[in-house]
Design a protein around this ligand. Structure first.
Ligand SMILES: Cc1ncc(COP(=O)(O)O)c(C=O)c1O
Length: 481
């Protein structure tokens, strides 16, 4: 590994938590009804083709979008081109792309050297054969080189699948059923992890269409709460034990609830004490923070690592699980696994297309030092936002883990479930997030739900400054307190 990590300085988490507590205890500072109408008028004037596509999509696609990432008020944007730092819609508008497809493209969108390798592959063997392909081996070995704790690697189709596979392996290996997650974290949409989503402590609130039995062995702890984790592990020990603790190493929702330095190491110790496996969900952090992932950055080796996004270089079918030799053996049939096998895999998992794209993207990321460059862009964005927040005297909170940049404007994720005001605050704060996201896009910046930005190597100083000018146009409109 020749590249560097993307985090230049670890965020001051206690200070951030204090500011977040302040944000949720002060009234929201948002755009007025008239300003929202002006933005709607902008969309009507400048995005008629998107409007038409969105109306058609409504008739053919549930909710009009295939993924929440594409939600936009008043209508979804019809993107026709993506290149480096920019997205272009069907009406010819250009946007700074801080969505980066939800995270996989640290090199920037549609990066030509990777695309060329993919085209070469398509010309020779096509995207999929069902047989062994050299790219599968190359990718697994490369991941091991970057993350020595990943002895073996099973390629799968998505982060969701990889989480399913990791939990199954943990249960097969330990013979225990219970899993513990951190409240607020998203680990995909499989039955067993649709629990404590987005807002910690919400349990099965979002488990629509999921029988209670599917969640019977899942529990959550509050972010960063080691006492609660110990208590849960202790309680589970009386109920058959814990198969795994699964967590995002920078904190739930890519660090929307940031963890203090040292948290992951403490969880590792607790897992060892209770005989539970530690699973790192590195779907976002895997290679975005650096080629060694969060595990390399924190110096904590999990038993299993869940991969997604970057692992296929921004191409489809991005997922995989890797880890300790003995644990990974449960996926193998025959003698290695004592005749028993934890079932994983699908027709198109580990296809040559995803593996080729992933292999060449990871090589390129290392060669070009992309995680550090994207991280420097994240630092510049955070610095600029910090200045703007102070300039316009706003209660907003911004911080970053390298190229993962957070901007909390409404504080909706940090509302306290036990506060009687929770249910009256939830709606307006959630709406505000949508409004900010809409305003940012109208000002030429596509974000993840108005609260998260993924930067890439393509984000030069000029690109970041262009985006900051757009953020300023929105912030300047917010009425004084
Ligand atoms: C931390 C984390 N885990 C798992 C997933 C699920 O991955 P996928 O969308 O590929 O199923 C996501 C998706 O955003 C994620 O952010």
């Amino acid at each position: 590994m020749t590249s560097r990590y993307g985090i230049s300085q670890y965020p001051d988490v206690p200070a951030i938590q204090a500011r977040l507590a302040e944000l949720t205890s002060t009234p929201i500072r948002t755009l007025t009804k008239e300003q929202l109408e002006e933005y709607h008028a902008w969309y009507a004037e400048h995005t008629p083709a998107s409007r038409e596509a969105a109306a058609e999509a409504e008739s053919a696609i549930p909710g009009g979008v295939q993924h929440n990432l594409a939600l936009n008020d008043p209508w979804a944007l019809d993107i026709v081109a993506a290149n480096g730092a920019y997205l272009y819609d069907a009406d010819g508008n250009r946007y700074v792309d801080f969505l980066q497809a939800g995270g996989p493209t640290v090199l920037g969108s549609n990066y030509a050297p990777v695309r060329e390798k993919v085209i070469e592959l398509l010309a020779s063997c096509g995207p999929v054969t069902g047989m062994l392909h050299a790219s599968e081996i190359a990718l697994a070995k490369l991941i091991h080189d970057f993350m020595p704790g990943v002895h073996k690697f099973r390629m799968l189709g998505s982060g969701t699948e990889a989480v399913m596979a990791a939990i199954r392996a943990a249960r097969a290996f330990t013979g225990k059923a219970n899993i513990i997650k951190i409240g607020g974290a998203y680990h995909g949409w499989s039955d067993q992890v649709v629990y404590g989503l987005r807002i910690p402590g919400t349990g099965s609130l979002e488990a629509v269409g999921i029988p209670a039995g599917a969640l019977a062995a899942t529990s959550e702890i509050l972010p960063g709460d080691l006492d609660m984790l110990r208590a849960r592990l202790t309680a589970n020990a009386e109920a058959g034990g814990t198969a795994a603790v699964i967590l995002e190493p920078v904190g739930p929702e890519s660090g929307s609830y940031p963890v203090r330095l040292g948290f992951n190491a403490a969880v590792r110790e607790l897992c060892d004490e209770f005989g539970a496996l530690l699973v790192f969900d590195e779907v976002v952090t895997g290679f975005r923070l650096g080629m060694g992932g969060a595990q390399g950055y924190f110096g904590v080796t999990p038993d299993l690592t869940v991969f997604g996004k970057c692992v296929a270089g921004g191409y489809p079918a991005a997922g995989g699980v890797g880890g300790r030799e003995e644990v990974m053996a449960v996926y193998a049939g025959g003698l290695t696994a004592g005749g028993q096998r934890a079932l994983t895999g699908g027709t198109l998992s580990a296809n040559p297309l995803s593996c080729t794209a992933g292999y060449h993207a990871l090589l390129e990321m290392d060669r070009t030092d992309a995680p550090a460059k994207a991280g420097a862009a994240g630092d510049r964005l955070r610095d600029g936002l910090t200045t703007l927040i102070a300039k316009y005297d706003l209660p907003y909170v911004t911080y970053n883990f390298g190229s993962i940049v957070h901007l909390h404007t409404s504080g909706v994720l940090h509302l306290n479930l036990n506060d009687p005001a929770f249910f009256t605050e939830l709606g307006p704060r959630k709406d505000m997030l949508g409004h900010m996201s809409m305003a940012f896009a109208a000002e030429g910046i596509v974000t993840l739900a108005g609260s998260r930005m993924y930067t890439s190597m393509a984000d030069t100083d000029e690109v970041v400054d262009e985006a900051l000018a757009g953020f300023e146009r929105v912030f300047a409109k917010i009425p004084a307190a």
